[in-house]
Design a protein around this ligand. Structure first.
Ligand code: FAD
Length: 181
């Protein structure tokens, strides 16, 4: 068993949970905070014992996905699927954001990102994103400014997860124009 990642002040959290599985505010395993690989690991052992966190997965999907450790497409998202979808939405908003946004558009985008940081379904991700926002408030006086701010926010998570940094000079090619030949 790995070290449990539990919400602050959660005295009810179980003492032993499988490696990589993150607990939610209710003390139960949080699927949107956990990678499918970790979830499937627990699922595999629970298939043998008949217990564990597998509960919500359809039996057929559970067996197939646990064998491959890749997320099925018709089940609730894990932390990676949720993250990819959210980044796609955010960078696409930046791609369509005006070059010269009105004060209302600037306040809309800033409010949207602030709300997202409080509502994001993975609580560990949400808390870290709120810390980032407190340190680096949304910058959205132009499309390029917002695109680069978002790129830096994404890079902060990349760094935390040990992933390569993305070259923010290329954000527009990746998310708006397509790659230059
Ligand atoms: P993703 O990181 O999802 O990126 C998708 C694509 O975006 C990449 O293929 C690349 O083409 C492009 N890209 C990569 N970096 C940048 C960049 N800097 N700027 C522009 N484009 C870029 N997961 C956790 O496990 N723990 C966390 O704490 C956590 N916090 C998150 C916080 C937020 C706000 C969000 C939206 C997601 C968070 N995630 C977290 C999910 C994580 O960031 C990834 O989405 C997930 O791990 C899947 O990664 P991926 O390698 O498929 O690519």
């Amino acid at each position: 068993a790995g070290l449990p990642i539990t919400p602050a002040g959660d005295a009810e959290a179980p003492k032993r949970i499988p490696k990589g599985v993150v607990l939610g505010k209710d003390g139960k395993p949080c699927r949107s905070c956990t990678s499918f690989a970790s979830w499937a690991n627990q699922t595999k052992s629970s298939l043998k014992s008949g217990t564990g966190v597998a509960g919500g997965l359809a039996a057929g999907a559970t067996v197939a996905a646990a064998a491959s450790s890749s997320a099925p497409t018709d089940c609730p998202p894990d932390v990676e699927t949720l993250g990819r979808g959210t980044w796609t939405l955010l960078h696409s908003i930046a791609a369509q954001y005006p070059k010269q946004p009105s004060p209302t558009q600037q306040s809309d985008v800033s409010g949207f990102v602030g709300s997202l940081s409080r509502l994001y379904p993975c609580w560990v991700c949400a808390e870290d994103f709120q810390v980032f926002l407190a340190r680096s408030p949304v910058r959205a006086a132009s499309r390029d400014e917002f695109g680069r701010w978002l790129c830096a926010a994404h890079n902060e998570v990349n760094e935390k997860l040990g992933k390569p940094q993305f070259d923010c000079n290329l954000w527009e090619q990746r998310w708006r124009t397509g790659w230059k030949d």
